[in-house]
Design a protein around this ligand. Structure first.
Ligand code: NAD
Ligand code: IPM
Ligand code: MN
Length: 346
């Protein structure tokens, strides 16, 4: 009998609320499958930082590495200076575990309210680079707080890093019915990084001749995500553009409470990490108002990654059925979680 060793980082704010429901969904999905789950909870986030000054120690990281996968809630709290936990914990995990594919699927489930008048069929996936770009922290500031302050955030784009994520995106596009890949960048202004991305996509396309390639500047991409999102199949883009586009993608497909993500290490040299796209939502934390659906859909991505595709489809079908019957009903986080777990269990 197989056991999934799962590291759980519930984190801050609504992170703890949604992860609890995600774990119920995981248990329901695995019931009767012969696969068990053993969870290890990691006390990381604002509470730990206030108590010890630690964000993520080498000991924490070594312990996390021994697991098959990580389920994460959200990181960040108004009582901690902005960036301390986001960089010192969340991004440190993504970088240290080499999560170079940040996979963020967007599907408009039937019956979901969307701000778009005529959404069409929305079903695309953003392959966001996860270990480079402006996120690496290769910047600095001088004369801080003076009128002569200079603040730099440098975007790092390596041929190695761009090529591996572009190849992953092509491989994903090649097995989808429409086989279409859109590179989103801004090579009319960011000429150094932009042309590296453009050339890399051209070169890797030779290995995937069936995939049709398309390019949009990021500003134009935001137009089409609103006016014609059905045109997108797979989008590949850098770390920062991908962050911004995927909140917009969430907004057009039913809101941030439904958007799931996977931080994948495709080489499987370390555990991949599954988390909702949203943050700790301090404005609603502790009120039982958070929608746990994004976390439950992230559990489906986790199951897929661990080779449990049938269970992943069961979770997605349960979410789709639940969503179809939502119309206007207000339920608490725990109620939604309970309803989803019941549907998953059948
Ligand atoms: P946020 O995603 O936390 O919240 C944005 C808005 O969406 C808020 O109005 C919030 O109430 C709402 N929202 C988010 N998740 C929801 C859910 N499940 N159900 C219903 N409503 C939901 O983004 P923010 O306000 O920009 O950031 C808050 C904190 O979270 C910051 O510290 C930020 O750094 C952090 N953050 C962390 C992650 C992460 O852990 N992956 C992601 C984004 C932001
Ligand atoms: C996300 C978040 C993070 C990001 C922050 C909190 C570091 O916005 O997961 O989308 O920018 O990647
Ligand atoms: Mn984000």
């Amino acid at each position: 009998p197989r056991t999934i060793n799962l590291a759980v980082v519930a984190g801050d704010g609504i992170g703890t609320e949604v992860v609890e429901q995600g774990l119920l969904a995981l248990d329901a999905a695995l019931a009767g499958s012969g696969v068990g789950v053993a969870t290890t909870e990691f006390d990381l986030g604002a509470r730990r930082w206030h108590a010890t000054g630690e964000t993520l120690t080498d000991t924490d990281l070594d312990a996390i590495r021994t697991h098959d996968a990580i389920l994460l809630g959200a990181i960040g709290d108004p009582t901690v200076p902005s960036g301390v936990l986001e960089r010192g914990l969340l991004l440190k995990l993504r970088f240290a575990l080499d999560h170079y594919v940040n996979l963020r699927p967007s599907t408009l489930f039937p019956g979901v309210p969307t701000p778009l008048g005529n959404p069409g069929e929305i079903d695309f996936v953003v392959v966001r680079e996860g270990t480079e770009g402006p996120y690496v922290g290769n910047g600095g500031a001088i004369r801080v707080g003076t009128p002569h302050e200079i603040a730099n955030e440098v975007s790092i784009n390596t041929a190695f890093g761009v090529e591996r994520v572009v190849r992953d995106a092509f491989a994903r596009a090649a097995v989808r019915p429409r086989k279409k890949l859109t590179l989103v960048h801004k090579h009319n202004v960011l000429v150094h990084a932009g042309h590296l991305w453009r050339r890399t996509v051209e070169a890797v396309n030779a290995e995937f001749p069936d995939v049709t390639v398309d390019y949009l500047h990021v500003d134009a991409a935001t137009i089409f995500l609103v006016t014609n999102p059905a045109r997108f199949d797979v989008i590949v883009t850098d770390n920062l553009f991908g962050d911004i586009l995927t909140d917009l993608a969430a907004a057009i497909t039913g809101g941030i409470g439904l958007a799931a993500s996977a931080n994948i290490n495709p080489d499987r040299t370390s555990p991949s990490m599954f988390e909702p796209v949203h943050g700790s939502a301090p404005d609603i934390a502790g009120q039982g108002k958070a929608d746990p659906t994004a976390t439950v859909l992230s559990v489906a991505l986790l199951l897929d990654h661990l080779g449990l595709a049938a269970q992943a489809r069961t979770v997605e079908a349960a979410v789709a059925a639940d969503i179809a019957e939502r119309s206007g009903r207000v339920r608490s986080t725990a109620e939604v979680g309970k309803d989803l777990a019941a549907r998953i269990a059948g």
